[in-house]
Ligand binder design. Structure first.
Ligand SMILES: *Cc1c(COP(=O)(O)O)cnc(C)c1O
Length: 469
């Protein structure tokens, strides 16, 4: 049996179930292996290029793939589609203030819109931005504005077998060293993510964010939070950190955010909607600049690329995401999938994170070199086996160094099974686990891929591959 440590606190209790029931359903389509062979070849062996009609269980991402509640759908009818001053904007602004605690809000079409505003507002060429591991779009906007990114996450985050409970933590020595080396003036802000997507959805502790706050305050460096998955992070703090067991997720979230100066948000994750995002800040000057810029890239400062109804659905979704029972079932479903895989000895990142299972593709295919794209290969094999769609998180996602032009070589070669919120059932998790098991049993006969088309930016989205002979 899996250890209590890896699976969280579900083992010693009776079964739990989702705190909702299904009101509308959407059909899924099964395909034959022949069909899938053609479909993945047409897609250049990149799961991003598949038609979703050819996918059975879609675990590509949990981004915007969420199921909204009846309350949110009702909210859609309350959309105030005014160009300026929409009612729904004020509702969203008030909700963010109450739930996350930030003073000022700039709405955007999704998370990267907020990253663009923050990066172009604060970063000057030659700056350095430290972060607890990179996120693809976040780092891209930092570098595009002339900054150098520095990974200051704890070493445990790069070790798939480490059972450290807060693998998202910032390594304070790494941060201090960077400040000593480049000087505080060259660091416009520290970028802290909670939970850390690229590390496998790993949380950062309250003690750690407080310590980062103390350190940066001495130098006057602000902290901007990637709050995309901060509600999931709050659940881990509640479960694992001393003194938080009796606090609600809502309380923990607000306390966590109070140690930061603002946040970028992809509404497509925690807030349980299909599109939207925002930038928030307590800094009046940053707000003024970002509110000015938003009209260039996104739309007026009271809609920022969202329809009024989208803002309403997000305001309602934020409150729903803070329900303790909901969040336990959300992460509980991920852990259930992990528990099945653990029983069968399948290698993946532990402890299980907030939003998905990250299969360790290096351990699947030790015979493949990193240049043969083991994570991409595993995503291809999974799709072939059962129509389950996963995503590469390895050397393809890491891209090339903008200075040397060389491949970045991340230690982690992961294939991500991401669980959309409120969409699939336990039976779907069983099917997925069996597909992974099948691929694991067949692992020795698998050959890798070569890249035959490489886009210039964020190449993982559109790159094309061919199987090695
Ligand atoms: C998805 C995501 C983003 C980017 O948000 P988009 O809405 O996809 O633009 C940024 N950071 C993290 C941690 C994410 O998961």
């Amino acid at each position: 049996m899996p250890s209590l440590h890896t699976m969280g606190q579900q083992q010693d209790r009776r079964s739990w179930a989702e705190p909702y029931k299904i009101k509308a359903v959407e059909p899924l389509y099964m395909t034959s292996r022949d069909h899938r062979e053609r479909a993945i070849a047409d897609a250049g062996y990149n799961t991003f290029l598949l038609h979703s009609r050819d996918v059975y269980i879609d675990l590509l991402t949990d981004s915007g793939t969420n199921a909204m509640s009846d309350r949110q759908w009702s909210g859609m009818m309350l959309g105030d589609e005014a160009y300026a001053g929409s009612e729904n904007f004020y509702h969203l602004e008030q909700t963010v203030k109450e739930c996350y605690g930030y003073e000022y809000l700039v709405p955007t079409h999704q998370g990267r819109g907020a990253e663009n505003l923050l990066s172009s507002t604060l970063i000057k060429p030659g700056h350095h931005v430290p972060g607890n591991m990179y996120f693809t779009t976040t780092r891209f906007h930092q570098e595009r504005n002339g900054a150098t990114f520095h990974d200051i996450i704890v070493d445990e985050a790069h070790d798939t077998s480490s059972l450290f409970e807060f693998k998202g933590n910032v390594d304070l020595d790494k941060l201090q060293r960077l400040i000593d080396e480049v000087g505080a003036d060259a660091i416009p802000y520290v970028c802290v993510a909670a939970t850390v997507n690229m590390a496998g959805g790993q949380p950062i502790s309250m003690a750690n964010i407080k310590a980062v706050r103390e350190l940066t305050a001495r130098y006057g460096i602000p902290i901007y939070l990637d709050a995309t998955r901060a509600v999931e992070n709050a659940l881990f703090i509640q479960e694992r950190e001393e003194g938080y067991a009796d606090k609600s997720i809502a309380e923990i979230l607000k306390e966590f955010c109070s140690h930061t100066d603002g946040a970028t948000m992809s509404g497509k994750k925690d807030p349980i909607v299909n599109i939207g995002g925002w930038l928030s800040t307590n800094d009046r000057e940053v707000f003024e600049e970002a509110r000015n810029l938003v009209v260039v890239y996104e739309g007026l400062h009271t809609y920022g690329g969202m329809a009024g109804r989208d803002m309403e659905a997000m305001a309602i979704g934020i409150r729903e995401s803070l329900d303790d029972d909901y969040m336990k079932s959300r992460v509980g479903q991920v852990r259930y999938l992990g528990m099945l895989l653990e029983q069968w000895g399948v290698p993946f990142v532990k402890p299980v994170g907030g939003h998905g299972i990250f299969l360790d593709a290096r351990a699947f295919y030790p015979h493949l070199a990193q240049d043969q794209f083991p994570s991409q290969t595993l995503a291809w094999q999974l799709y072939l086996d059962s129509g389950v769609r996963a995503m590469e998180r390895g050397i393809v996602s890491a891209g090339r160094d903008p200075v040397t032009g060389e491949h970045r070589r991340p230690k982690l070669e992961l294939t991500r099974l991401t669980i959309p919120r409120r969409v699939y059932t336990q039976a779907h998790m069983d099917v997925v686990a069996e597909a992974v098991k099948e691929c694991y049993e067949e692992r020795e006969s698998v050959k890798g891929l070569k890249m035959v088309y490489e886009p210039k930016y964020l190449r993982f989205f559109q790159a094309r591959f061919e199987p090695l002979a």
